[in-house]
Ligand binder design. Structure first.
Ligand code: DHB
Ligand code: FE
Length: 281
């Protein structure tokens, strides 16, 4: 049986990708953040997952206001980095896992989650930056990737509770896949940030730290938090934090916290990085 062995939570700030792409990681402004990333890279180099399921949001790159799917699963053999206005990131093409992705699509849809199936989709910073955070800049990504998008761009996004339950259903789906893949699931986005409007620049580290505590120790309580609370406390783009609940729902009730780092700010965002392992591993 395939198995989810761990979860990674990480922000997906585009400027982090740009700092890596432009050789700026040792600049004084970036070095303190990249120092904190190093233990996470060591962990994934040692853990060597076969597949990463990356839960992220598309930022009007593959989709637009013309088409707004709530949940999307990428079933293609490969996915190229999206051109978000500055050309495509020069990072490797993402290799998919169509067999597992189709199995997930079937299991999730029959479990009453209405997944949109994407047989062709460019992947934006929401997916490529977390890969860069964890794997640095290799010639090829060392794992297969199943992209899973959540709409957090256009109201109404799914509730935290639905995201958490989707995570549980993903776990059941992975465990019924006839393979022996070791899978790590990523929840990306957040932590607090607001990119526009009167409160642009908002960061709330106290709230972010409480979120990290609760996502580890009491995810059921965290899954009940309303959209309004996320937006009030963590800013309009803080709503991305619901995607971490998909990751958390796919893990055991009790998890081992392997690594946690926060850094304020990266670009406009309070940056979070969290690694959780199922206790039995
Ligand atoms: C920033 C953060 C994001 O999550 C994003 O999608 C775009 C920009 C930022 O902090 O600049
Ligand atoms: Fe984002």
């Amino acid at each position: 049986m395939a198995e989810i062995i761990a979860g990674v939570g990480t922000s997906h700030v585009p400027a982090v990708g740009a700092a890596m792409d432009n050789g700026m990681t040792q600049d004084p402004i970036w070095a303190p953040y990249f120092d904190k990333v190093e233990p996470a890279r060591e962990w994934i180099a040692k853990t060597k997952p076969d597949v990463c399921i990356i839960v992220y949001n598309d930022h009007a790159s593959a989709f637009s206001l013309e088409l707004i799917p709530t949940f999307v699963i990428g079933t293609a053999p490969s996915f190229i980095p999206a051109d978000e206005g500055f050309g495509r990131r020069k990072v490797p093409t993402v290799q998919g896992h169509p067999d597992m992705a189709w199995h997930l699509a079937e299991s999730l849809i029959l479990a009453e989650f209405d997944m949109t199936i994407a047989n062709k989709m460019d992947v934006d910073h929401g997916l490529t930056v977390p890969l860069s955070v964890m794997y640095n800049q290799p010639d090829e990504w060392p794992c297969k990737v199943i992209p899973l998008c959540v709409n957090v761009v256009q109201y109404p996004p799914p509730t935290g509770n639905r995201c958490f339950n989707l995570g549980r259903a993903i776990r059941a789906a992975v465990e019924s896949f006839p393979g022996n893949e070791r899978v790590v699931i990523f929840g990306t986005g957040g932590l607090s940030h607001q990119l526009q409007g009167e409160r642009a620049g908002l960061i709330n580290t106290e709230y972010d730290n409480a979120f990290l505590d609760r996502i580890v120790a009491d995810p059921v309580a965290q899954s009940k938090i309303s959209h309004t609370e996320y937006m009030r406390e963590a800013g309009s783009e803080g709503i991305e934090m619901v995607m971490w609940l998909v990751m958390r729902g796919a893990l055991d009730e009790h998890v081992d916290e392997i690594y946690r780092a926060t850094h304020v700010p990266t670009s406009n965002t309070s940056n979070g990085l969290l690694i959780l392992e199922n206790s039995i591993n």
